[in-house]
Design a protein around this ligand. Structure first.
Ligand code: HEC
Ligand code: HEC
Length: 228
């Protein structure tokens, strides 16, 4: 029996030779991401990231982030930061510490492709118009310049999609970029740190609530879906 990666390579070659559409090639990449190896590696993630509305209690109660549909490059960067301790979080550090670079690449590809077969919430006819107060905060932090006009298409794949992410998680994440000298909480990030530090907690909460209300591609894909 061929290994999943061999199968992917031969399919890709056939697709190229036949001049098939990029959609077919993307499907092959998605199949590779959904290989038996990747499924085995995400078995330790789905107990938290595969349960809709699953709550974490550290450092305060909030929903576990949606990671299906997130950019693979960003997922890999986040996992590497937990492993190095640049992102402090005891649980995610423990998990990332057990992963090799290859494991990280495999689960990142898996989650980027996961949920593509589930329709995203329909985009509204007109983009959600922020209130004047929110608009002022968005302008001050220049959020769209990096995360994209709709917060769903960041300018670089190593930056996160944030539209539609859980509000309570976004708030915890934003506060973490402000936190320093705490052994258990904090995200040392040269790009996002200075942005988060412009705001009070109340303002970060308003930003988090607004960003969470936007339509986006992030999802939690429940466990049975992964089994297909
Ligand atoms: C015990 C529950 C739990 C398990 C198991 C778990 N996670 Fe997490 N994960 C969390 C929580 C809680 C956070 C938010 C951490 C924070 O505040 O930085 C998180 C954060 C993340 C992030 C960052 C998301 C973002 O938007 O920045 C990624 C990526 C991630 N986890 C991937 C994984 C992968 C891959 C696995 C399996 C190999 C996994 N997690 C297993 C609870 C879990
Ligand atoms: C100069 C580019 C830039 C700007 C401006 C910017 N961000 Fe970010 N943002 C990033 C990058 C890069 C990351 C990933 C950092 C990391 O790896 O931890 C990030 C991460 C985040 C996260 C964490 C997402 C997650 O899944 O954990 C949130 C929330 C966020 N940004 C919201 C905002 C908001 C709100 C604004 C405006 C007030 C903003 N950002 C402005 C580049 C930017």
């Amino acid at each position: 029996m061929k290994t999943p990666s061999m199968r992917f390579t031969s399919l890709a070659v056939i697709a190229l030779a036949a001049g098939l559409s990029t959609t077919a090639q993307a499907q092959n990449a998605a199949d590779a991401a959904d290989s038996a190896t990747a499924r085995q590696k995400v078995a330790m993630c789905i107990g938290c990231h595969g349960i809709t509305g699953y709550q974490a209690s550290f450092p305060e109660v909030h929903k576990v982030p949606k990671i299906s549909g997130q950019n693979a490059k960003y997922i890999a960067a986040a996992l590497t930061a937990y492993r190095k301790g640049e992102r402090k979080h005891p649980t995610m550090k423990g998990i990332a510490a057990s992963m090799s670079d290859q494991d990280i690449a495999d689960v990142a590809a898996f989650y980027e492709a996961s949920g593509k077969d589930i329709p995203s919430p329909a985009a509204p006819a007109a983009p959600a118009t922020p209130t004047a107060d929110i608009q002022a905060l968005l302008t001050k932090g220049n959020c769209m310049a990096c995360h994209g006009a709709d917060m769903n298409k960041p300018i670089d794949a190593s930056y996160p999609k944030i539209a539609g992410q859980h509000a309570d998680y976004l708030y915890v994440a934003l506060k973490a970029y402000q936190t320093e000298r705490n052994p258990q909480i904090g995200r040392a990030n040269a790009i996002m740190g200075p942005q988060a530090k412009l705001f009070t907690h109340t303002e970060l909460k308003q930003l988090a609530t607004y960003v969470a209300s936007l339509p986006g591609e992030l999802k939690t894909v429940p466990q049975p879906k992964l089994r297909r």
